[in-house]
Design a protein around this ligand. Structure first.
Ligand code: ZN
Length: 234
């Protein structure tokens, strides 16, 4: 799917695959073929795609030409200024977080699951953009793509406990529910982002069974995931 919220930036190519595009999980037998087909349909050369290895951590890597076509291990965030590099993460309930600074011409993407978000993936992405590219948070645009919304994101007491510093994102109705989108928004605003520069595409991966894989809903033996991407259009 194309994410409409960034349509004001025709220089950027941004989106996320859907379930009918197939499983994009790195390492899955079918994912190489699915990825090649998906990106070639978008006129994105497969050789330009950089994949974050994903460990539900908080490490962010600046990438460029030498990383194209490769997997960057042990990282959940990627950033680049390189116009021939497409950044990707995979998601299946976790939230793809897209960043763009038009002034500095930098893009980034992060994989937002609860562990990584608590560990600081959002904050580390901002710091990486500020330190490496002099990005001003006030100028930064962020888009949160499809993910598990609070309607379906039931969490255990011990996880709720870890998020108690974000009371506005926790809901108790017999069980605890977490609004991870809200947590990300609070973290971004605290670091100087403008509310109006943060968009949310709004789909719930759990709810829309025809369009999205959902780890929570499907409980698959091996993870099936969508691929989220951002880069400069050539
Ligand atoms: Zn839902």
């Amino acid at each position: 799917m194309i994410l409409e919220d960034f349509s004001e930036y025709p220089e950027i190519i941004i989106g996320v695959s859907e379930k009918p595009d197939g499983n994009m999980k790195l390492g899955a037998r079918e994912s190489k073929n699915n990825r090649e087909r998906f990106f070639s349909n978008k006129k994105i050369p497969f050789t330009s795609v950089v994949s974050a290895g994903l460990v539900h951590g908080a490490r962010v890597k600046i990438v460029g030409k030498k990383n194209r076509g490769k997997i960057v291990k042990g990282t959940d965030g990627l950033a680049t200024k390189d116009r021939g590099t497409i950044l990707t993460v995979t998601v299946a309930d976790c939230i793809p977080i897209y960043f763009y600074d038009q002034e500095k011409q930098v893009v980034a993407i992060a994989h937002g699951g609860w562990k990584g978000i608590l560990a600081g993936i959002v904050l580390n992405t901002l710091t990486a953009l500020e330190d490496n590219f002099k990005v001003n948070p006030k100028m930064l645009r962020v888009l949160l793509g499809p993910g598990i919304q609070r309607c379906h994101y039931e969490i255990q007491n011990n996880v709720a406990e870890k998020f108690k510093m974000y009371p506005k994102a926790l809901f108790l109705k017999e069980k605890h529910y977490l609004d991870l989108f809200k947590v990300i928004r609070l973290q971004l605003v605290e670091k100087g982002l403008r509310e109006e520069n943060i968009s949310v595409s709004g789909q719930c991966t759990y709810e829309d069974e025809t369009r999205f894989f959902s780890y929570r809903r499907d409980k698959p033996k091996t993870v099936q995931a969508m691929v989220a991407f951002i880069g400069f259009r050539n």
